[in-house]
Design a protein around this ligand. Structure first.
Ligand SMILES: Nc1ncnc2c1ncn2[C@@H]1O[C@H](COP(=O)(O)OP(=O)(O)O)[C@@H](O)[C@H]1O
Ligand SMILES: [Mg+2]
Length: 226
């Protein structure tokens, strides 16, 4: 099976004299299906996302994206094949409303829009069950609602591999159902997704169907759960 990421003997620490977040970690992430990586708070889930996106540089060892060493790739090249939904809600919104925010994701600040794109955005918001807040200013939304807006952007990028950091944080049970449905349909396509979470149990069924679950360990490595 083809891999989207090949991580080999990865070492990483924020400052040279700090404890290493990753110590000789090796992991292959397949292109298709669901990959779940769990771990306690502080185990390195967000750090791993940032390394895979090229946002944290200066690792030792090797991280290959589609066979190319990540340290040689520009940010744009990485973002051409990956969409990353951050754990942090603060600072994640560019638009005043969900509708406008999704249109910025689509159009990247270019001015032309289209009816087609508008329909796509409507469907994206529907997939997270938040059509009723389409035009509500973001600052009036709860954290859970904001998380749903962030997650709805995934539906605009079916042609990319998804990396989602702590997607279930502050979601209600309805939101979690919508999220699982979106992931379920994603992993029936050629390109799957990577979910980083401290709540593996939510994703057990999907993993058993079509995926693999891993856990970051205290010593900076990773072990297979199932
Ligand atoms: N910007 C940073 N500077 C220094 N240390 C950091 C930074 N971000 C995270 N860390 C440290 O790296 C470790 C892993 O953090 P993180 O990747 O956020 O874990 P998780 O997402 O699994 O909760 C923690 O010990 C954390 O304190
Ligand atoms: Mg985190």
């Amino acid at each position: 099976m083809a891999n989207i990421f090949n991580i080999n003997n990865l070492y990483y620490s924020y400052n040279n004299n700090d404890k290493e977040v990753f110590y000789n970690l090796t992991l292959n992430v397949p292109k298709s299906g669901l990959t779940v990586i769990s771990g306690d708070n502080g185990s390195g889930k967000t750090t791993l996302c940032r390394l895979l996106l090229g946002l944290n540089r200066g690792y030792r060892g090797s991280i290959k994206l589609d066979g190319q060493e990540l340290s040689n790739l520009k940010q744009e090249a990485i973002l051409n094949s990956i969409i990353y939904i951050k754990q942090d809600i603060a600072g994640s919104f560019l638009g005043v409303t969900p509708e406008e925010d999704l249109s910025i994701w689509q159009n990247r600040f270019q001015t032309e829009d289209s009816q087609e794109k508008k329909t796509e955005r409507k469907e994206a918001l529907e997939k997270m069950g938040i059509i009723s807040i389409t035009d509500t200013p973001i600052w009036e939304l709860s954290y859970g609602q904001r998380r749903k807006v962030m997650l709805s952007a995934l539906a605009l990028f079916s042609e990319k591999y998804w990396i989602i950091d702590e997607p279930s944080a502050s979601l209600d049970s309805k939101g979690i159902r919508f999220l699982l449905n979106i992931i379920k349909s994603k992993i029936t396509t050629k390109l799957g997704c990577l979910v980083l979470t401290h709540r593996t149990e939510l994703f057990n069924d999907l993993c058993l169907e079509n995926g693999t679950a891993w856990k970051l360990t205290d010593n900076g490595q990773i072990e297979k759960l199932f």
